[in-house]
Design a protein around this ligand. Structure first.
Ligand code: UDP
Ligand code: MG
Length: 323
């Protein structure tokens, strides 16, 4: 019998968890009929401030497929996915959002592909529309993906979701990357393996609210760039070289002009502007180095990715035995 673990990061999802469980149970029933599989739903309660913990406890008490990890505080979705993968011992591992924006019924299709097309180690999903999303957010997201395509060797697919099913081997490869600053979209791609993409239309949340603010996403995008590209460092060096060359030309020009026309003291306002401009560029480039340095600092501390307050594992038995 093969085991599928479905990792569900949850932060304030009291409204959506019951809806999610109803849907995933349908998927389980349908798959259980056709294949010799067992399923575990591993909810990672990422320090929710609402009744998520109680809701999970209630479900875990009556459903042996429900497992959960409760964090000591909010560590973020990246940490929640890491904790799920860290605790998954299944043959196939799925990551899915709790809000039903990722269609659970695709899990069956993902499993079928991995079983019938052995060249694939992963079936991932991408949405081909962004309907229902604020236009400004879509615009920045598009810019981010096209920028990443230019400055990073790691391919990050536009519209790619974290929703995917992975083989044991791929999960082990992901866990062998021990970095603290985790940007999963990049990590999934960096480890390689053959990935099949399933496209679906964007869906709205089943309930509750998105946890992403505009600034949160911007910082996440910067994290992604820093984690998978050193191009900004190279750009700051190139800007430095360009300014050296320009100033050398300027010095030559002023020197020759002084020899021919004499040296009149003039033009200090423009000089002040130029100095301010260059100081700005210097601070900007310093900032870029600073971001990389701060990432190195957090890596050097080697703090754990998450702290679990409680781990409950379901007992996983055949549904027929439950009755
Ligand atoms: N999430 C989480 N920790 C956080 C923020 C979000 O575990 O700090 C979970 C959330 O419960 C959901 C998933 O990550 O299952 C995606 O979050 P959300 O729907 O808010 O993001 P969006 O779909 O708007 O990108
Ligand atoms: Mg969502």
């Amino acid at each position: 019998m093969e085991k599928i673990t479905v990792i569900v990061p949850c932060y304030n999802e009291e409204e959506t968890i019951p809806l999610f469980i109803t849907e995933i149970e349908k998927v389980y029933d349908s798959m259980h009929e056709k294949y010799d599989i067992d399923m575990e739903y591993l909810f990672v309660n990422d320090g929710s401030k609402d009744r998520t913990a109680e809701v999970l406890e209630e479900y875990a008490a009556k459903n042996p497929r429900v497992s959960y990890i409760r964090f000591s505080r909010n560590f973020g979705k990246e940490a929640a996915m890491y904790a799920g993968l860290d605790n998954s011992d299944a043959d196939y591992t799925v990551i899915i959002d709790a809000d039903l924006q990722d269609p659970p019924e695709l899990i069956e299709e993902m499993y079928r592909i991995l079983k019938t097309e052995p060249e694939y180690d992963c079936v991932a999903s991408r949405r081909y529309t962004r309907t229902g999303e604020p236009p400004i957010r879509s615009w920045f997201a598009k810019r981010f993906y096209s920028l990443m395509a230019k400055i990073s060797k790691t391919e990050i697919v536009d519209g790619a979701r974290d929703f995917r099913m992975m083989s044991r081997q791929m999960v082990d490869a992901i866990m062998s990357l021990s970095e603290c600053n985790r940007f999963s979209k990049g990590i999934f791609s960096w480890v390689g393996f053959e990935t099949k993409w399933l496209a679906f239309e964007n869906r709205e949340r089943a309930g509750g609210q998105t946890k992403w603010s505009f600034w949160g996403l911007l910082i996440y995008a910067i994290d992604g760039v820093v984690a998978f590209s050193t191009a900004p460092l190279a750009v700051s060096s190139i800007i430095g070289i360009i300014f050296c060359i320009l100033s050398f030309i300027g010095v030559c020009f002023i020197f020759i002009r002084a020899l021919i026309f004499g040296d009149k003291v003039e033009g200090w306002p423009s000089l002040a502007c130029i100095m301010c401009f260059i100081a700005g560029i210097q601070l900007f480039c310093n900032g870029i180095s600073g971001i990389y340095l701060s990432k190195t600092y957090t890596e050097a501390k080697r703090r754990p990715q998450y702290i679990a307050k409680k781990i409950h594992r379901g007992t996983l038995k055949d549904k027929k035995d439950e009755e």
